[in-house]
Structures are given as C-alpha cells and as structure tokens.
Design a protein around this ligand. Structure first.
Ligand code: ZN
Length: 307
C-alpha cells in the first residue's frame, strides 16, 4: 500500500481551484465584493493569528481596505462555493500588518500545524507558497520588465512590449527515499544531515535536476550522498511542501549492497536500522522525523510492515 494521502499534512485538495473561472477578472472582482467570501492575510511568509493562535479570516466586507494595503491579493479557490483569497501585507511593517489584519501575532504555518484542521493547514500552506512566489517574480527573467498578475494570481505576464512572457508559479520537486537493505534481516538506511541534532536520523532526500526523471534523481542522490547503488525504485506518494516551493515525492528503493560511504558534505553519517531498533527509539519517546513530513510517513509505513 502506498503512503496514506489523508495522513500527509498540507495536501488534500480541499478547495475547488476553479481554473476556468479565475481567468475572468470580472468574476474575481465579483467574488471580492461578495460578503460571503473570505480573505486570509499574510505577512512575509507568516500567518497572522488571533490570541488563540487561530489564523485570522476576514469576511469580504473588509476587502477594499485590506486589498488597498496589500502588495498582492490572490484567489485560492472555492470552499463549498465560498471564495477564499490570500492577501499579502509584506510591504507593511509587522505592527502595521497586525493592525490591518486585527491580529496579535505572526506565526509560521509549520509551528501552527498541530492546532489546525487538515484543511486549514493545507490552505494556509498553499497561500504562503503562492504569495512567496509573487514576491520573487515581480520582474520578467527574460527582459527585466515588470510582470503583472492575472488569472486570480496564478500567472504573471511580462509587460515588456516585445516580450509578453507568461510566468507560472515555480515548483521545485525533491525526491525522498526509504532505502531497504538487500536480503534479511529487514533494515532501512537513515542518515544524519549536516547541521541536524546529534540524534536526528532521517530518510535521504534531494532536489531533482534538469534532465532527470524522478527515478534518476533517486539513484543519483543515493550514490552521491551515501555511496549506495539502488534498484527497484518504487513510488510511494507525494506531499505538497510549499516552504517555499517544494513538492516532495516519496519512494522506496532497495540497495544493491549494505556498503555505505557518506559524502561528508550533505550527510555526516548514515547507517542501517532494524525495525526493532526503530520501535525501541519510539518507545523511548524519540520521534521518527517531523510528524508533518512525508519522511515520518515513509518510516511509519515501513515500520508497520506495509510495502
Ligand atoms: Zn519579458
């Protein structure tokens, strides 16, 4: 069985992204004027929260005031027919953004995730990722002219007279791999990454490069970072990871041998763990990766004997 999609944070397709409707600016304006619509304010990648650490939501009755103060307003989608927008107040100081939003604090969504519903976590992360892209894509990379948002904020168009390039939100895919040892006993390869805590072990991961398939990237990353050749690369599931632009693609693979040679750059150590060893760590209260990450779910799935 593949990774349980429902168990992974930040995904789930909670909103109808209304791809055909959002291209119509009049439809977007009408949604912004609709009192049923909702606006979610953000400040420099951070959620704006109330005293109970719930993300602030504004009814569209405040739209004109918030949108006038914002660098960007983007349409996220429809929630049971109700339009949901994200509003970027990053051009303001933090106290100004808090006052405009009626919030008490700015908090990163990953610090809030345990207290949010899966839908709230997914929508907040999606909004953060889309607004982050807008802040970094104000200009065309081809001619340097300004780029203007359209389609509810899902495309920017270069305004250069001889260019007109379409700029789409950038997504950076990365592979994350649970590697099993060949033969018995069942063991998996975990690594300590440079800068991680002394006892922090995780699966191996790396960005996909231009001209690679996902499977190519798995084989290269394992060879480069851990000196491990792998076979039987099998897709397990994927996770939206808009921090700021990731898409984590999970795999299992089998090592050709148990020889390991870390690169000393990205990884400082790597070794094989048995299921018993990992269960003993859990029993001691030592978690397997961050609970909101696919790393945790790849490990949990392997530990539970699912393949
Ligand atoms: Zn251009």
């Amino acid at each position: 069985m593949r990774t349980d999609e429902q168990a992974l944070a930040y995904g789930g397709g909670w909103l109808d992204r209304a791809g055909a409707l959002r291209a119509d600016p009049e439809w977007i304006d009408a949604r912004l004027a609709d009192r049923e619509s909702v606006l979610l304010p953000f400040w420099r990648d951070r959620c704006l929260v109330s005293a109970d650490r719930a993300p602030v939501r504004h009814a569209a009755v405040d739209a004109a005031r918030l949108c006038a103060a914002a660098d960007e307003t983007v349409f996220l989608g429809l929630d049971a027919g109700r339009a949901v927008f994200a509003v970027d107040l990053s051009g303001r100081t933090e106290p100004e953004a808090l006052e405009l939003a009626g919030a008490v604090e700015t908090v990163d969504v990953r610090a809030l995730v345990g207290g949010l519903t899966p839908a709230e976590a997914a929508v907040q992360a999606y909004a953060k990722g889309l607004l982050h892209w807008h802040r970094g894509q104000r200009y065309c990379g081809g001619c340097g002219a300004t780029a203007a948002a359209r389609d509810g904020g899902h495309v920017r168009t270069c305004t250069g007279p001889d260019c007109g390039r379409l700029l789409f939100p950038r997504i950076e895919p990365a592979v994350i791999v649970l590697v099993e040892a060949p033969g018995d006993p069942d063991r998996c390869l975990l690594a300590r990454h440079r800068g991680a805590a002394e006892d922090s072990w995780s699966t191996l991961a790396g960005f996909v490069e231009i001209g690679e398939s996902l499977e190519d990237a798995v084989r290269r990353e394992l060879a480069e970072e851990a000196g491990v050749s792998v076979v039987d690369v099998a897709y397990q599931g994927s996770q939206a990871w808009p921090f700021p632009a990731g898409l984590m693609v999970g795999f299992r693979a089998t090592a050709a041998s148990t020889d390991v040679r870390v690169d000393g750059e990205e990884l400082v150590a790597a070794r094989w763990f048995s299921r018993g060893e990992l269960r003993a760590r859990l029993a001691q209260g030592r978690p397997l990766g961050r609970i909101d990450s696919i790393d945790h779910h790849l490990l949990e799935s392997w530990l539970n004997g699912r393949s």
